[in-house]
Design a protein around this ligand. Structure first.
Ligand code: ARG
Length: 281
């Protein structure tokens, strides 16, 4: 009897281990024949998301009207048109959206470490990033604007006026390159958070700050000590796209489907208008 129960327990343990191993391989729910580099079959990203019931978005909520913090019903909430689009992607997948707010320059690392399922942060699909992640189609186009202290409104009028000045850009953002390449001989100051850069302009620690034009507008509209230069920069990439980890073609197809729907029925324009109005409130 004693021997039997030992055997019985041993078989339970082995059975448990076997079923755990099966789980590690997707618990039999393998779909699409996606393989990891090692050739091991893995469950597709989309199945993982559906199984967990949530889509985890990585963003950097310092970029109104794309994504920003706002007190709603007494509660700090992340809002913005990227967030509304992400909610639609989650809805079409039949899951909840969970948001993780982090520094912009940590987003793609978090994505490739599977800490988040997708990134939306007004992110430009530039050639460097395309090497490490996959991008959806562009869902929103914008150029870049330059914010200065209102006291310098008459001093800084052209790009030449900024030559040799201290210019800020978000760390890891395309505006670092834009500033260096478009304005002669600047001293670049990169910081992780946009609000810190805005403070630097206000306190005359830097002379100008480059960011997407809608964001520049938003900060200038809400800070009477800031002004927008009559100057824009166009990058070759042309706008914002959703980033996901490389190779998840099934998830990318679904994301692009949702984006197509939202672009065709005018929802994106509506989300942009609503988010802009929400900044104003
Ligand atoms: N479009 C720029 C880039 O991709 C800046 C985006 C910054 N986004 C943000 N949420 N802070 O580099």
């Amino acid at each position: 009897m004693k021997k039997f129960s030992k055997l019985f327990i041993a078989s339970l343990i082995i059975g448990g281990i076997l079923s755990l191993t099966a789980c590690g391989n997707g618990g039999g729910a393998t779909t699409g024949g996606e393989t990891e580099t090692g050739g091991k079959e893995v469950v597709s990203k989309i199945e993982q998301i559906k199984k967990s019931g949530k889509l985890i978005l990585g963003t950097s909520a310092d970029y109104p009207p794309y994504e920003f913090h706002k007190e709603i019903d007494g509660k700090d909430t992340i809002v913005g048109f990227d967030i509304e689009i992400a909610k639609e992607i989650a809805k079409d997948l039949g899951v909840e959206l969970e948001i993780k707010d982090m520094d912009f320059d940590g987003l793609l690392l978090a994505l490739n470490a599977d800490k988040v399922d997708m990134v939306m942060a007004g992110m430009t699909p530039d050639p460097e990033r395309i090497k490490v992640v996959d991008f959806s189609k562009i869902y929103y186009e914008a150029v870049h604007g330059v914010v200065i202290n209102v006291a310098n409104k008459d001093t800084f009028k052209t790009v030449e006026d900024l030559a040799g000045k201290k210019v800020g850009a978000q760390k890891g953002a395309v505006q670092e390159d834009i500033a260096v390449n478009e304005i002669p001989d600047i001293e670049l100051k990169s910081l992780a958070k946009i609000p810190d850069l805005v403070l630097e302009v206000k306190h005359n620690k830097i002379d100008a700050l480059v960011m997407e034009k809608p964001v520049a507008n938003s900060y200038v509209d809400h800070n009477s000590d800031l002004a927008l230069m009559d100057l824009t920069f166009d990058d070759g990439e042309g706008g914002s796209a959703v980033a996901i980890k490389k190779g998840n073609t099934d998830l990318m197809e679904e994301i692009n489907k949702t984006l197509d729907r939202l672009m065709q029925d005018g929802s994106i324009d509506k989300f942009v208008a609503e988010a802009t109005a929400l900044v104003e409130e």
